[in-house]
Design a binder for this molecule. Sequence first.
Ligand SMILES: C[S@@+](CC[C@H](N)C(=O)[O-])C[C@H]1O[C@@H](n2cnc3c(N)ncnc32)[C@H](O)[C@@H]1O
Length: 215
Amino acid sequence: MSFFEEKNPEMDRYLETHASSEPEILRKLRRETYQKTTQPHMISGYQQGRLLTMVSQMMQPKNVLEIGTFTGYATLCLTSGLAKDGKITTLDVNEDLAYLPKKYFEESEYASQIEFKLQDAKEFLRETDQIFDLIFIDADKENYAEYFRLIKPRTKSGSVVMFDNVLWYGKVLEENPKQKSTQVIKELNDLVAKDNDFENLILPLRDGVNFLRRK
Ligand SMILES: C[S@@+](CC[C@H](N)C(=O)[O-])C[C@H]1O[C@@H](n2cnc3c(N)ncnc32)[C@H](O)[C@@H]1O
């Protein structure tokens, strides 16, 4: 659920019924996320899932990184276009919930290509020397600017990076926000807009996706 969906649920239903249908495994995962978790609204959900699926299918990436697994909805969308020898690394710090994405990853036809790590993303990014074709960031907003700095050296020409929630329920329009998360999301969007190594577009989908491509 987002700022936009809350405002116009009828339009949201229209969008959903006029796009490709949700695969059964995602439908099940979405249902179980709403039954078993306390913050189910964190799930990427249908529209954003479609975007991730289509980007993955168009790119056929070899090496994908996701920051913020939650129950694994976006992970499964991102796997759908993986190259035959491709893989996705997905990171989360929530051990209590890990049973849920693990269950669905095992059920997925891409099970052998998914590496689920319970590790802080900053720590991972400081240690890894991998280069990623596709990166999706949907985790702690207070670290978004730092994630951008850490991720840049882990990309190459043509790499695609997507940051979720970059409109932050419209709060990015506040001139002097008190909330730390709003301040950092604004900092991220400013950093991206000024970085000549990337081209980008903020898609006003759900809560906003900053969509970047390394030149
Ligand atoms: C909005 S949810 C992710 C939703 C998920 N991408 C999906 O499609 O359903 C954010 C997740 O980020 C995780 N997270 C928060 N801080 C993190 C960190 N420092 N490193 C890795 N994951 C983190 C949280 O535990 C939470 O599960």
